[in-house]
Design a protein around this ligand. Structure first.
Ligand code: ADP
Ligand code: MG
Length: 590
C-alpha cells in the first residue's frame, strides 16, 4: 500500500534548529558528508551486531558498505548504506525530532548569535553542538531519505526542504538500509568548492574526514579508456588525445578503513586523531587532549580517549550523552558506555576495544565484570595523569580544561577517594593571591607565611561577595592567602577533605580562628589568655546586650580577633551548614 503521501510538521525545536542551520554561515560545509557517512557507519555497526545476536534476523550482511552516487546533470549526491535502516516510526522519531538534550539551550544561543550577526559565534555553536543529519541542509535545498529496516517488509520515504514540514510515504520496494539524496543548492552551482558531484572532491573529503571508517566507502569513477590504470589520484580529464573512447567505469574504495585505535601511535598524525574525535563525538571542534593507550598480556585492550575543548551544554544535566564507545575485537558493541569511566569524567569521549569480552555483554552485566572494573581503574589513572602533566607542561590548555570541566572534576573529590590526592593536585581555585589566576594547592602551600599552619578558604556565591566579606579582613591584613570557593560543589568536598598533603584546610567563616597562632583553638599561652579574659570582662555588658537584642537569630555573641575594620561579622558553628550549601540542598529538593 505504497503511495499515500502525508505531510508532517517538524517538532518545534527541530524547526527552529533547521531554520538556523539553513541560514547560518558555517564555513566548512564539507562536514555534512562526514555526518552522513558517520550515520551510515553506525547503521552498519548496528546491523552487524544485531545479526550476530539474532541469527533469525532476515537481513543480507554479505557485503556491508557505503556508496556515494553522483549525478552532475541533476546536481544530486546520494549516500547509501545497506545497514540497519529505520522503521516508519523511527524516521518520524529520529529525523523529525531532535531528542538531544541541550537543544533548547543551543537554539537560544544560536538565535542570539544570528541576531547579533555574529557569524563566528554561530559557527562555533553549530560546531560544538553538532547538528548531525540536519547539516545536509547547509548544502541541499531538498533532501530525500529512503529507508527500510532490516527484517521489515515495508520501507519509508521521507523528504523535506528543511522548512517547517516533511513528507512521509510508505514504500513496498525499498532496499534494506538507508539512502539519503541531496539536491544541491542551485546558488552553489558555480562554485567548485561546493561541487559535491565531483568524485575528486568527494575522495578528498572522505580521506580527510572519514578515512578510518571501518566499512568501505565506495564510488564509481569514470576514466577515459586510454588513461591506463593510473591509481586513485589520476586526473579524469587528463591527456586523452584525438578520439574519445567510451569512459571506463571502475568502483573505487575511497577510505583506508584502518581502525585508528589498533594502529601504532607513531603512525597516526594529529589530524587523523582530530578527525576520529569528530567522528565519534558529534563535535565539530578539535579536542583539547588525546590519550592513546593499550594494555597487553592476559587482558588486552586498546583505547583512544579525548578530552573535548569545551564542555557540552548538558554536562550538568541528567540524560545527556555520556561515556565512551565500546568495541570487542573491532565489533562495535555500544555507545555511551558509562561503566568504563566514573561519572565525573563523563565529558571524556573515545573508543575502548577489549579483546576478551563476550559480544553479548549488556549494560547490566558490564558493571559486574571484573575486567571492566580493571580497565576502569587504569583508564581513570591514565586520564588523570594526562591532565596532571598538562598542568605543568601547557598552562594555557590546562586553564581551558579547568575552566570547562573543573566543577565536574571536583565531584571526583567526593566520589573517587582512591584518586583524591591526584585530583587535589590537578585542581585549581580562585584565591586572594591573584584576582585573575586560579591557584593550585601546592602553589598555595609554597606561599604560606611563617607560622601559618592552615590552608584558609571561604565559600560563597561569588568572588566579589567573598572579597568584601568581613571574615577576610584580618587575613588580608596579615598577608594570609584565602581560597575563594564559589562552586556549589565546593561546599560539599570541603566538608569531607580536611587536609592537603599534610596541611589542614580551614574555613575562615567557621568556629574560632586564632590568627596569632594560626590555630583554631583558643590561644594557650599565659599572657594571651589573661589579655583575653580582660577584654571579655570589658565587653561583657555589650555582648550581653547584643545577645538579648538579637535573641533567637544567633546562637552566641563573642569577641573576635578576626576583624580589623568591620565592627562585627556573623560566623557559622564549626559544623553548621553554610548558606551556600543550604541553598544547594534546597535546589536539590532536600
Ligand atoms: P546522531 O547521529 O548524533 O544521533 P543524526 O542527526 O546524525 O544524530 O541522526 C539522528 C538519528 O537518525 C541517528 O541517531 C540514527 O538513529 C538515525 N539515522 C540517521 N541516519 C541513519 C542511517 N543511515 N541509518 C539508520 N539510522 C540512521
Ligand atoms: Mg549522526
Amino acid at each position: 500500500m505504497s503511495g499515500r503521501v502525508e505531510t508532517h510538521e517538524f517538532q518545534a525545536e527541530s524547526r527552529q534548529l533547521l531554520r538556523l542551520v539553513v541560514h547560518s554561515i558555517y564555513s566548512n560545509k564539507d562536514v555534512f558528508l562526514r555526518e552522513l557517512i558517520s550515520n551510515a557507519s553506525d547503521a552498519l555497526d548496528k546491523l552487524r551486531l544485531e545479526s550476530l545476536r539474532d541469527s533469525g534476523l532476515e537481513a543480507d550482511t554479505s557485503d556491508l558498505h557505503i556508496e556515494l552516487e553522483t549525478d552532475a546533470g541533476a546536481r544530486t549526491l546520494t549516500v547509501r548504506d545497506n545497514g540497519i535502516g529505520m522503521s516508519y516510526d523511527e524516521v518520524t522519531g529520529l529525523i523529525g525530532t531532535i531528542a538531544k538534550s541541550g537543544t533548547a539551550e543551543f537554539v537560544r544561543k544560536l538565535k542570539e548569535a544570528n541576531e547579533n550577526k555574529d557569524a563566528a559565534a554561530s559557527a562555533d555553536l553549530i560546531g560544538s553542538f553538532g547538528v548531525g543529519f540536519y547539516s545536509t541542509f547547509m548544502v541541499a535545498d531538498k533532501v530525500t531519505l529512503v529507508t527500510r529496516r532490516a527484517g521489515e517488509r515495508q520501507g519509508t520515504r521521507w523528504e523535506s526542504a528543511g522548512e517547517g514540514t516533511y513528507e512521509l510515504e510508505t514504500l513496498d520496494d525499498a532496499p534494506q538500509g538507508t539512502s539519503v539524496t541531496l539536491h544541491l543548492k542551485p546558488e552553489d552551482a558555480e562554485d567548485h568548492l561546493f561541487d559535491y558531484t565531483d568524485t575528486n572532491r568527494l575522495r578528498q573529503i572522505v580521506r580527510k574526514h572519514s578515512d578510518f571508517i571501518p566499512w568501505p566507502v565506495r564510488t564509481t569513477v569514470e576514466r577515459p579508456a586510454s588513461d591506463g590504470d593510473g591509481g586513485g589520484d589520476g586526473d579524469a580529464d587528463g591527456d586523452a588525445d584525438g578520439e574519445n573512447p567510451a569512459p571506463e567505469r571502475t568502483v573505487e574504495t575511497l577510505n583506508s578503513m584502518k581502525a585508528l585505535w589498533a594502529r601504532s601511535q607513531d603512525d597516526i598524525s594529529e589530524d587523523e586523531y582530530k578527525e576520529f574525535y569528530k567522528h565519534i563525538s558529534h563535535d565539530w571542534t578539535d579536542p583539547l587532549e588525546t590519550v592513546h593507550t593499550r594494555a597487553e598480556g592476559t587482558f588486552e585492550y586498546q583505547a583512544v580517549l579525548f578530552i573535548p575543548s569545551h564542555a557540552p551544554l548538558d554536562l550538568y544535566q541528567q540524560g545527556g550523552r555520556r561515556g565512551v564507545n565500546l568495541y570487542v575485537r573491532r565489533v562495535f558493541i555500544m555507545d555511551d558506555c558509562t561503566s568504563l569511566l566514573p561519572d565525573y569524567l563523563r565529558f571524556v569521549k573515545g573508543v575502548v576495544d577489549a579483546q576478551d569480552l563476550s559480544l553479548n555483554v549488556s549494560r547490566e552485566t558490564l558493571q559486574q565484570d571484573r575486567q571492566i572494573q580493571l580497565m576502569h581503574r587504569r583508564l581513570v589513572k591514565k586520564i588523570l595523569s594526562t591532565v596532571k602533566s598538562l598542568r605543568t607542561k601547557d598552562a594555557e590548555r590546562y586553564r581551558t580544561f579547568w575552566q570547562e570541566f573543573g566543577p565536574a572534576m571536583k565531584e571526583g573529590l567526593l566520589s573517587d577517594p582512591d584518586n583524591r590526592e591526584t585530583l587535589l593536585d590537578i585542581a585549581s581555585f580562585p584565591s586572594t593571591h591573584d584576582p585573575d589566576e586560579q591557584t593550585g594547592l601546592r602553589d598555595y602551600v609554597s606561599r604560606m607565611k611563617d607560622g601559618q599552619e592552615h590552608i584558609y578558604f571561604l565559600t560563597g556565591e561569588s568572588r566579589t561577595r567573598l572579597e568584601n566579606s568581613p571574615h577576610i579582613e584580618a587575613f588580608q591584613a596579615k598577608g594570609y592567602e584565602v581560597l575563594l570557593l564559589t562552586d556549589p560543589v565546593d561546599e560539599v568536598w570541603v566538608e569531607q577533605i580536611r587536609e592537603f598533603d599534610g596541611t589542614p584546610l580551614q574555613s575562615i567563616a567557621k568556629g574560632q580562628v586564632d590568627l596569632d597562632s594560626g590555630k583554631t583553638e583558643e590561644s594557650d599561652d599565659e599572657a594571651g589568655r589573661e589579655e583575653e579574659q580582660r577584654r571579655e570582662k570589658e565587653f561583657a555588658p555589650l555582648l550581653g546586650w547584643l545577645g538579648t537584642a538579637l535573641g533567637e537569630d544567633v546562637k552566641d555573641v563573642r569577641l573576635s580577633s578576626r576583624l580589623t575594620t568591620s565592627p562585627a561579622c556573623i560566623v557559622g558553628d564549626a559544623h553548621d551548614v553554610t548558606p551556600n550549601l543550604e541553598k544547594m540542598y534546597r535546589a536539590m529538593g532536600q
